[in-house]
Design a binder for this molecule. Structure first.
Ligand code: HEC
Ligand code: HEC
Length: 370
């Protein structure tokens, strides 16, 4: 407790910090550092979340359940009581994010698309796909002016992370390429969002995004993937008695709990060591480990439980590094959330209702100075 208090800066300096930050998001830092997170870093965080959720879904759901209980992923998943294809999972989720008008947009595309709508839509996108196919270690970055706004663009490679990616594409009648191999680049993820330029410099590196905006982007993707998983996979397949979600999903050949889906993806991101971190907490945790870990998280959970419109934000100093943190409300978006939490013997609360705030998602971003 004492230790964590030391890390939190005092309220007055916190308010000054916040007002300086958000009132003048494009101003240069007096010490020469720049405010906000570099656009390149922001794209890296956004891509990390998309990729981690895509990997968990492809490996722990599609590949594992295909092998253990012959639960297939098919294009007509709604009618056939199967799993959505990994590409469809991403599309449903990106539609939710794009419709929020936060500024961020993303989409899956390829030089060899099964669906022609997934081809590149501009020369820049095509050039990006070619570049990441040749050199998957680096994203392709550019900026464009559109309707008076500058948009930052990035294409990241999309890799054949499981055998099933390769098998299904190589055998698909509409696939123009039949010799994909595991680990190869199959396409790319295009990400774009609006940016403002820092006042000294004109290269792509000088574009910054306010930290609360980056946290909103990261959270929007997390929330959309979480909703798609809970609604279209767990709730739908449980209702049809096809498969259910359980804590011992590995041993029982079942679906991961929605919380486990999020935490496994968060672990993948931690292992990437890019600084982004997120977790699930609650005032009424089933697992005591998911209670508020400090005063900031406690205040954040109370704030989003009573006013679930905006996140509770703040900053912390850990050693010589500063982090931006935001707590977002976590809603019971589907009946499965409510029934499972209310019935769980370890749950301290048994009267959740649909769309109640069950807890919070904490997003933590390092404030870089590059
Ligand atoms: C069971 C079949 C199946 C599996 C498994 C599968 N895909 Fe696909 N994939 C498709 C189909 C079908 C589409 C087209 C979906 C649409 O209509 O937009 C698609 C779309 C895509 C696209 C967009 C370009 C295109 O081809 O339309 C990419 C990139 C892609 N998949 C990569 C992957 C990767 C990587 C994996 C493994 C993580 C994977 N796919 C797993 C069938 C599959
Ligand atoms: C089948 C049961 C089940 C379903 C469905 C389920 N949860 Fe949970 N949830 C759990 C369990 C068990 C944990 C504790 C996991 C752990 O050990 O970390 C948990 C953890 C959580 C936590 C972290 C705090 C805590 O209670 O430990 C939140 C917040 C949460 N769930 C919200 C949701 C929401 C929102 C949904 C629907 C989108 C949902 N849950 C669906 C069983 C479930």
């Amino acid at each position: 407790m004492i230790k964590s208090k030391l890390f939190f800066i005092s309220l007055p300096s916190f308010l000054i910090f916040i007002s300086w930050f958000f009132l003048a998001p494009t101003a240069a830092h007096p010490s020469g550092k720049q405010s906000g997170i570099s656009a390149q870093r922001a794209a890296e965080y956004i891509h990390a979340v998309i990729k981690a959720d895509r990997t968990i879904y492809s490996q722990y759901i599609v590949e594992r359940l295909g092998e253990t209980v012959s639960l297939k992923a098919t294009e007509q998943w709604k009618n056939e009581n199967t799993l959505p294809l990994p590409a469809q999972f991403l599309m449903v989720s990106s539609k939710i994010v794009n419709s929020k008008n936060l500024g961020i947009k993303y989409r899956l595309m390829s030089l060899w698309p099964i669906n022609k709508n997934n081809a590149a839509r501009s020369n820049q996108q095509r050039a990006g796909l070619k570049k990441v196919a040749k050199n998957p270690g680096q994203p392709h970055l550019w900026s464009v002016k559109k309707n008076g706004k500058i948009l930052f663009n990035a294409v990241y490679p999309d890799l054949a992370v499981t055998k099933s990616c390769v098998h299904c594409h190589n055998n698909h009648p509409r696939s123009p390429k039949k010799d994909f191999k595991r680990g190869e680049v199959m396409g790319g993820i295009h990400i774009s969002f609006p940016i403002s330029k820092a006042n000294n410099g004109s290269s792509l590196k000088d574009y910054r995004v306010a930290p609360e905006v980056v946290a909103d982007y990261v959270h929007a993707i997390l929330e959309a993937d979480r909703t798609v998983y809970a609604k279209h996979i767990v709730n739908r397949l449980q209702k049809k008695n096809i498969i259910y979600a359980s804590e011992n999903w590995w041993e029982e050949n079942t679906l991961l709990l929605p919380a486990q889906f999020l935490l496994n993806a968060s672990d993948l991101i931690k292992n990437m060591r890019i600084g982004l971190d997120y977790k699930l907490i609650s005032l009424w945790p089933i697992n005591p480990h998911n209670g508020a870990a400090n005063q900031f998280e406690h205040l954040g959970l109370e704030a989003v439980a009573s006013k679930p419109f905006r996140p509770y934000i703040g900053s912390v100093q850990v050693g010589n590094k500063s982090f931006f943190r935001a707590v977002y409300p976590d809603f019971a978006v589907t009946p499965a959330c409510v029934t499972c939490h209310n019935a769980h013997p370890k749950s301290p609360k048994h009267d959740f209702k649909l769309y109640d705030v069950i807890g919070g998602i904490v997003v933590s971003l390092p404030m870089d100075s590059d």
